[in-house]
Write a protein that binds this ligand. Structure first.
Ligand code: SAH
Ligand code: SF4
Ligand code: F3S
Length: 447
């Protein structure tokens, strides 16, 4: 029997994984909006549930399987609900995901324009999977739709895909080859965000530094793109992520230094501090190259906020290699780091050719030591901010108290402070008086 075609057209999109997936969910919401769907803010009452998935580590995929088991209970109550899997795990596993009893359709990251068709087919009880790559797809012409009207922060994907093939990483296989969006489209998106009173925007790509777009008028690289964006919207805070250390140029550092509204924060994933491991990872830079980038950044932008991605337990990592990672973390003094243990991903070069030879208990123990060290470094860096005053963009009420607000400095540090009638979207000056490893606390001044 066919599912009922009489539905309320309410769609709920759930997002896992990185900021690129958050941006993609907004693109999907934009596509569905054009097709007369209404975006539901909760799963209750939705006719269509879309899960935007991540494959980066095994645990990311486990989370999705568990979620699907939960959705089984929702579907038992309402058989007309359509469930779709999109994103990186959809791409990696493909048509086999349709074998799960709740899954009605599967779409990879280049197939989102096909979603209305896939949903219609689900109502006819036809289960389809579209995981075709499309090297031209940048979702040009689709306006992203925010899931709430109160948004102050927007994302623009300036590149999609990745050509770097770090040996451990699944992303080049799930996202396909790298392509850059037309800078004219990017600038018109920026103008839209400006009109809608956005206060912050983040330019996204797996490696934003390799952005390049050429037409008959201009040749635009990343430093010139971000400067164009900064000049187009001088009242908006501009952020960007991720930067690959091999491509982070002096030209970019100069552009950040001279444009006031480009935030003084660089997320520069190092992954490991050992040259032997960096080579096995195919990262294409050395520890010395990386530290030189950091030194140039610090000398040109003294109040820079620095963060990183680091993981331990990669193939061949000895205690000595790991010590070199800890040592680099101390040298750089990151404000913040995302830390992981290596998770082998099927199909990658590492899975095919390098042995996953660090035992699980050693990985866990190294990860704990790494986290412990970073907490100490973050605390030291945050304490150094006591007495300083920062411009803070207010994001909302603090989790712990309705009398306190929280926001971020341009270095991307979270600050908590008393309300004083301020609200989400306001910019305030806050003087820091207390610090923990995760947060700064202070008071608004001159308001
Ligand atoms: N394009 C970005 C982000 C990639 S995924 C970049 O190049 O930095 C985010 C982070 O996940 C990576 O930086 C890396 O630290 C981690 N990661 C990727 N693959 C992993 C794996 N197989 N096991 C553990 N961590 C991994
Ligand atoms: Fe993965 Fe490396 Fe590409 Fe980042 S740069 S997405 S870590 S392959
Ligand atoms: Fe995950 Fe894909 Fe992002 S694997 S980290 S959602 S690019």
């Amino acid at each position: 029997m066919n599912k009922s075609l009489v539905v309320n057209n309410k769609i709920y999109i759930e997002t896992y994984g990185c900021q690129m997936n958050v941006a993609d969910s907004e693109t999907v919401a934009g596509i569905m909006d054009l097709n007369d769907y209404e975006i539901a803010l909760t799963i209750d009452g939705a006719d269509v549930i879309i899960i935007n998935t991540c494959s980066v580590r095994e645990n990311a995929e486990k989370k999705i399987w568990n979620r699907l088991d939960f959705i089984k209970s929702i579907k038992r109550k309402n058989k007309n609900i359509v469930v779709g899997i999109i994103g990186c795990m959809a791409q990696r596993i493909g048509v086999k995901m349709l074998e799960h009893p709740v899954v009605d359709f599967v779409a990879g990251p280049d197939a989102y324009r096909d979603l209305p068709e896939l949903i219609n087919n689900s109502y006819l009880n036809k289960k389809y999977c579209n995981t075709d790559f499309n090297i031209k797809e940048t979702y040009s012409g689709i306006t992203q739709k925010k899931q709430s009207n109160e948004d102050i922060s927007g994302f623009i994907a300036i590149t999609r895909g990745c050509d770097n093939f770090c040996s451990y990483c699944i992303v080049p296989y799930t996202r396909g080859r790298e392509r850059s969006a037309d800078y004219n489209d990017i600038i018109s998106e920026v103008k839209k965000l400006k009109q809608n009173n956005f206060k912050e925007l983040t330019l996204l790509g797996q490696n934003v530094n390799s952005y390049y777009f050429e037409d008959n008028k201009n040749k635009v690289n990343f430093p010139s793109l971000i400067e164009m964006v900064a000049i187009t919207a001088p009242e908006i805070r501009i952020r960007f992520t991720t930067s690959h250390p091999k491509d982070l140029s002096d030209e970019l550092i100069d552009v950040i230094a001279r444009n006031k509204n480009i935030c003084n924060h660089i997320h520069l994933p190092v992954q490991s501090g050992s040259n032997k491991i960096l080579e096995r990872m195919n990262r294409k830079y050395t520890r010395e190259w990386y530290l030189n980038r950091i030194n140039v950044i610090k000398s040109k932008i003294p109040d820079i906020g620095l963060s990183s991605d680091i993981f331990c337990g990669f193939s061949g990592e000895t205690e000595d290699d790991f010590q070199q990672t800890l040592n680099l973390m101390e040298d750089v003094c990151y404000d913040m780091a995302y830390m992981f243990k290596y998770s082998e991903r099927p199909g990658t070069f590492a899975a095919k050719s390098l042995c996953d030879d660090v035992p699980e208990d050693v990985k866990k123990e190294r990860l704990n030591r790494m986290i412990h060290l970073q907490n100490k470094i973050s605390l030291k860096k945050n304490k150094a901010d006591i007495g300083k005053t920062f411009e803070v963009l207010v994001e909302g009420f603090s989790k712990r108290s309705d009398n306190m607000l929280f926001g971020r400095t341009e270095q991307n540090k979270v600050v908590v402070f008393p309300c004083l009638n301020k609200k989400r979207g306001d910019t305030v000056m806050v003087k820091i008086k207390e610090a923990s490893s995760a947060t700064l606390k202070g008071d608004i001044i001159n308001s």
